[in-house]
Design a protein around this ligand. Structure first.
Ligand code: NAD
Ligand code: SER
Length: 318
């Protein structure tokens, strides 16, 4: 980190940020990891280290915090996700684009050494090969979120090639975790379903029963995120964004896996506007480039994730 020991997480109160902050603090020291968000953080995040309210669109405050906390690395997680972005088009474009620009510009000017910015499987579209979607392929996203993520990928690569900015990125699939609630995504059903299952309620899914999507358990997402940030610069050959994946399933397959542990659990499907979003996305992902370039591998299978989610959520309910 070239003398700058601070790490700034922007969007730290969200689904990924809540877990990423705690893992970064465990590795690099509580006081070195500044959590920030528009909204308040979890007690765990606030009590274990520094937290500041920050709107990433406030460029001056962003700059000020980076200097004040001696920040060398920024993890930019603030974004509007796929379902919310369809309802708030301009807000999503502005946040998803300008938040990234402000961070990339500060890196270009030498205030930040390294940037992490997540992309998504939403960069693909209906014309993309759906099975084992390759790293480089047709990319014609049809959602506001997907368009913003694809543009973001191109800007990351541009700032790296033109200005030498050390920016690293992953195309996350749907992420499943038990520590916080997801915020406005199309894959969120795969989190909500577990909460219903452990509380003994049936689940009505907003996607159709055979909608297959790529997914990943949160501990693997955190491992991948820190893995690409810790990789030697020369190993990170792709500076747009890397495909990564854990497993894939349909709502019915997930319900059947849950029924192995909770036999009475029931699912019904009533697709809404999110079905059209999911229909444009891949079913499964080829992440061999990440595996070959910087040694990515996932720890959790579909079955292990289901068991672990149910164990943790059952513990929380009892
Ligand atoms: P989330 O919605 O749970 O969290 C985003 C956080 O950003 C929220 O806490 C929100 O308050 C904060 N935020 C919003 N506007 C802000 C602003 N102007 N300034 C500062 N903070 C602001 O999202 P997440 O699931 O944690 O996702 C984080 C990132 O990962 C996003 O870029 C998302 O596109 C990407 N991603 C997530 C998934 C997934 O399945 N969760 C999949 C692919 C990509
Ligand atoms: N999980 C995210 C969403 O559904 C994909 O980026 O929006």
């Amino acid at each position: 980190m070239a003398g700058k020991t601070g790490i700034l997480v922007i969007g730290a109160s969200g689904q990924i940020g809540t877990e990423l902050v705690m893992e970064l603090r465990a590795r690099y020291g509580n006081q070195n990891v500044l959590a920030s968000d528009l909204k308040n953080a979890s007690d765990e995040v606030k009590e274990s280290g520094p937290f500041e309210l920050l709107d990433v669109m406030d460029r001056d405050r962003l700059h000020q915090l980076i200097v004040q906390y001696n920040v060398g690395e920024v993890y930019l997680l603030a974004a509007l996700l796929s379902a919310t972005a369809e309802q708030k088009i301009m807000q999503a474009w502005n946040l998803n684009m300008y938040g990234l620009f402000y961070v990339l510009e500060l890196a270009k000017e030498g205030f930040i050494d390294k940037v992490y910015w997540p992309s998504s499987i939403a960069v693909f579209g209906p014309t993309t090969p759906k099975l084992n979607t390759p790293q480089s392929t047709i990319m014609e996203p049809t959602t506001v979120y997907g368009i913003s993520k694809l543009a973001g990928e191109r800007w990351c690569e541009y700032y790296h090639n033109r200005f030498g900015v050390d920016v690293r990125s992953l195309r996350y699939p749907g992420l499943i975790g038990y520590k916080s609630n997801p915020g406005g995504g199309t894959t969120d059903y795969a989190v909500d379903i577990f909460h219903k299952a452990v509380s003994g309620q049936p689940f009505e899914c907003f996607l159709s029963e055979n909608t297959r999507l790529p997914m990943m358990y949160m501990p693997d997402a955190i491992k991948a995120t820190i893995g690409i940030m810790e990789a030697p610069s020369e190993a990170v050959k792709i500076r747009s964004s890397y495909n990564i994946s854990g497993f894939d399933f349909t709502p019915v397959e997930l319900a059947k896996e849950i029924q192995k542990h909770i036999p009475d659990f029931r699912i019904s499907c009533k697709p809404d506007f999110r079905q059209a979003i999911a229909d444009g996305w891949p079913c499964s992902i080829d992440d061999s480039a990440a595996r070959e370039d910087w040694g990515w591998n996932n720890d959790f299978s579909f079955e292990q994730m289901t068991k672990d989610m149910l164990e943790h959520l059952t513990e929380a309910v009892n």
